[in-house]
Design a protein around this ligand. Structure first.
Ligand code: BG6
Length: 489
């Protein structure tokens, strides 16, 4: 990249900047992927000198980009990092920021600007309005891109209101709504796996696929985020964004090109084809649960019914997927951290081999291991040696560690920041997709507020979640698998 660029991080005193953004930018610098001339300006209301800010960021890099930290390189990087205390709710402060950025531009020539909103969601609207009011998004001297963190809205109505407010100031191509799952290497590989190989696409449909499971389990509980989490819950925190994004990549039609809009059009089509779970059907298609002890955590409302775990069944009403259930489950305080997508193929129509009475041949399945042991596994039947025709499922696997080396996978934020700097919005969520995703989760959350709601199940921290999640899938004749870890469940 040879264009001069200024990166302004609003919310620079926060956790995200310290843990993710500066380590990711530093890593891009080490890999020589930053623009020729660049400057990072941290902005927040706290008062720091440039040096205090740099020291704080250095500790973040040491902790979170440790393998890349080098004192000499850090010094060079840090020389381009400065800090301005200001209130983004105050137009005069924003005008002062513009004047400050212009000084750099006067010395170095016109610059592009990337504004990153790592701020509380309630500040998105005032921040964007003031970027407009202070004329910070005028593109006559270079592009102006704005990165917006999640959550983008709290429900459909608030997401629509935010989209309207954003579009009053910015064009859609200037907006980069982050879903960090899309920056994960293994998630991007889903596109390559599906559309750069000819083996799987012909069977990637209702004729061969029985059902799909998408799992995102975490060992951490809500911890110090209880205050935020209690009003949010697992459906807004994980399903509306990350899990539906994964689903759309599994289910989408092949885009005609690798252009942002071609890809995002196909994803939007999937969201439009998912059959919404209506409020009166939530007990049939959803499970909601809370880990034991959650309601006693500091910051959680007494008798809170916030779900920390959910399992759901979706159908996609189109030719490719009609009748194929997609099961999603996600929760906190569980036995293991694992994100995986498992595609179950139909069993052979007839088995000629003798089998014990009452037994069924296990189906072939393909597991895309998003994290932590990144890779792909394929489970298929093999003949047990030295038997007449006994069969057993065996595993064919690909691990990133073995093939590309243990440090091959960059942090999701690194890729996303790089793309936002290049102006490639493929891995960012478009406004229509966000609204479509809210349209799918709003009726579930509404149903959970009514008498039709499934009872709130309790599960033990460190377990695999509530028995109700097993019942949901067992009801259809299936069981959850951990295709990536082969854990006992
Ligand atoms: C965030 C959620 O978006 O994703 C968190 O707010 C969750 O609650 C996190 O822990 C999970 O991300 P990852 O990359 O660790 O799977």
């Amino acid at each position: 990249m040879n264009e001069n660029t200024i990166i302004v991080i609003f919310g620079a005193s926060g956790d995200l900047t310290h843990r993710k953004l500066i380590p990711a930018l530093y890593s891009l610098y080490v890999k020589k992927r930053m623009p020729d001339k660049w400057r990072i300006v941290g902005v927040s209301r706290s008062t720091f000198s440039d040096d205090e800010f740099r020291q704080n960021m250095e500790s973040g890099v040491k902790e979170f980009a440790n393998d890349k930290y080098n004192a000499g390189l850090w010094q060079k990087f840090a020389a381009n990092v400065t800090y301005r205390p200001l209130d983004l709710g105050d137009v005069a402060d924003m005008q002062r920021l513009d004047a400050y950025l212009r000084q750099f531009e006067e010395n170095n020539g016109p610059c592009n600007r990337l504004y990153y909103l790592a701020i509380a969601p309630r500040l998105y609207e005032p921040a964007i309005a003031n970027l407009g009011a202070a004329n910070l998004v005028d593109e006559s001297e270079g592009w102006r891109h704005v990165v917006i963190e999640k959550p983008f809205g709290h429900d459909l109505q608030s997401a629509q209101a935010l989209n309207t407010a954003v579009h009053q100031v910015l064009r859609e191509r200037q907006i980069y709504r982050i879903d960090h799952y899309l920056g994960k290497e293994t998630v991007q590989n889903l596109l390559v796996f599906r559309f750069a190989n000819s083996l799987f696409e012909p069977v990637w449909n209702r004729n061969y696929i029985d059902h799909v499971q998408i799992t995102a389990t975490e060992t951490v509980d809500v911890g110090h985020r209880a205050g935020y989490y209690d009003g949010v819950g697992v459906v807004r925190d994980m399903v509306q964004n990350h899990m539906l994004q994964l689903l759309s990549l599994v289910a989408m039609e092949p885009p005609a090109s690798f252009e942002a809009d071609a890809l995002r059009n196909e994803k939007a089509k999937v969201f439009s084809a998912i059959r919404p779970i209506q409020p009166h059907e939530v007990a049939k298609h959803t499970v909601r649960a809370q880990y034991r002890g959650y309601s006693e955590a500091e910051g959680v409302a007494p008798n809170s019914e916030t779900a920390t775990y959910t399992a759901l069944r979706f159908y996609i009403d189109n030719w490719r997927w009609q009748g194929v259930p997609f099961y999603l489950r996600s929760g906190k305080a569980l036995a293991d951290k694992s994100t995986e997508i498992t595609i179950f193929f139909k069993r052979p129509p007839h088995v000629m081999f003798p089998m014990p009475p009452g037994s069924k041949l296990a189906a072939n399945y393909l597991s895309i291991c998003v994290q932590p042991d990144e890779g792909i596994h394929f489970s298929f039947q093999a003949k047990v040696p030295d038997t007449a025709a006994d069969m057993r499922p065996v595993d064919m696997s690909f691990h990133y560690d073995d093939t590309f080396g243990p440090t091959s996978i960059p942090e999701a934020y690194e890729r996303l920041l790089f793309d936002a700097l290049k102006g490639d919005a493929s891995l960012f969520t478009r406004g229509d997709a966000i609204e479509l995703a809210w349209q799918l989760v709003d009726p579930i959350l509404a149903g959970w507020e009514t008498e039709a709601a499934p009872p709130l199940a309790l599960y033990e921290p460190g377990s695999w979640g509530p028995a109700e999640a097993d019942l949901l899938i067992n009801h259809d004749g299936f069981t959850w698998v951990q295709g990536c870890g082969n854990h006992d469940m």
